[in-house]
Design a protein around this ligand. Sequence first.
Ligand SMILES: CC(=O)SCCNC(=O)CCNC(=O)[C@H](O)C(C)(C)COP(=O)(O)OP(=O)(O)OC[C@H]1O[C@@H](n2cnc3c(N)ncnc32)[C@H](O)[C@@H]1OP(=O)(O)O
Ligand SMILES: O=C([O-])CC(=O)C(=O)O
Length: 378
Amino acid sequence: MSDQEKPSYAKGLEGVIAGETSISKVDGEAGQLYYRGYPIAELAENKSYEEVVYLLINGELPDTEQSILFSAKMRNARDLSEPILQMIRNFPRGSHPMELLQSVIAYLSAYVEHRIHHGPHCNCRDTLHQVAQLASVIAAYHRISQGLEYVPPRRNLSHGANFLYMLRGEEPSPEEGRIMDTALVLHADHSFNASTFTARVIASTQSTCYSSISGAIGALYGSLHGGANEKVVDMVEEIGSASAVEPWLDHALASGRKIMGMGHRVYRAKDPRAVIMEGFLEKLSEQTGDRHYYDILKALETSMARRMAEKGKPIYPNVDFFSGAIYRLLGIPKGLFTPIFAMSRAAGWLAHILEQRVDNRLYRPKALYTGPEPRHIT
Ligand SMILES: CC(=O)SCCNC(=O)CCNC(=O)[C@H](O)C(C)(C)COP(=O)(O)OP(=O)(O)OC[C@H]1O[C@@H](n2cnc3c(N)ncnc32)[C@H](O)[C@@H]1OP(=O)(O)O
Ligand SMILES: O=C([O-])CC(=O)C(=O)O
């Protein structure tokens, strides 16, 4: 088939509307993100992760009573059962925690009543296992793999603060807890991104919430998606200092490297989440007296903006650009950055799975066949 005869199609589904959603809206031109109509900056400033989970799943912010009940439910669901702890203890050391997360979700499904529920009211909406327990799994894996004791969750801390507590075995400062919780708010949903789309495709086959979320974790792992936050910190370590940014970029761009944490399929402006994360990084850099990451990242941002503008292709930081550096300054190891993204995004995935089921149609696109014409074995 000649190139002229080929039907056109959108590679990577770029620009294709693949479904309807009322959960979040990404305004790529304006650089704005809304959850259920609320601007992300307002939610980040005023709401906890638990309230945002409620909003994503139920469509409205909780009132005071609903908020208390929902928080209690999520906090009660934080505990890990003995089989899950056993699985974490037995998981091969040296595996990436994203591999553990993907497996843990599938394993968890063996211990809960869920298989018959394929509708929007399946019990995942109520048990909130996947949303509440990922943080505990990540913290447990980190401590167990370091030869430390598992620290059980506390019920009097926000989701973000409890995660830091379970990692460290010590309560974080209120400021650290707030930064962690807000980072979770910022990562909770982003319309039809690759991992959420994966979750919806799996849900569209009438599979379970558990398999849908396990698949979504796999999609998030890659370095073009959630895995970029870890790669950004690798890149900063490779660059070494702000003064090395220009020669490093000359070489990286000449050899066709993508700059991790920059660029986006939808945003044509700075990602609004990166704006908020940058503020946190600046604050933490001042407080800790460690400006290393901030200075290198800002030099990279400025230089890339200039270089790409000269080419007529402006490029801006995305949500992954500053997050890894923030986690680093909170004392979190690199291997946990993408899992942290997953533990937040689990809320968005669950909301999308439930929405998919309300008016489901199996996802099954067509492909343009480019293989041999029919032939016979001779
Ligand atoms: C949470 C998230 O998933 S956010 C995204 C996280 N991923 C990253 O940060 C990885 C780095 N970024 C990228 O690889 C890309 O920007 C993506 C995958 C996120 C989006 O990519 P696409 O929409 O497919 O854009 P595409 O890769 O076609 O880029 C368009 C142009 O901008 C350039 N460009 C895009 N991103 C980058 C980048 N990070 N570094 C250098 N150049 C880039 C491309 O080389 C391309 O130039 P060309 O037209 O001369 O070939
Ligand atoms: O929307 C996307 O393609 C990627 C993204 O920023 C996210 O999932 O948060």
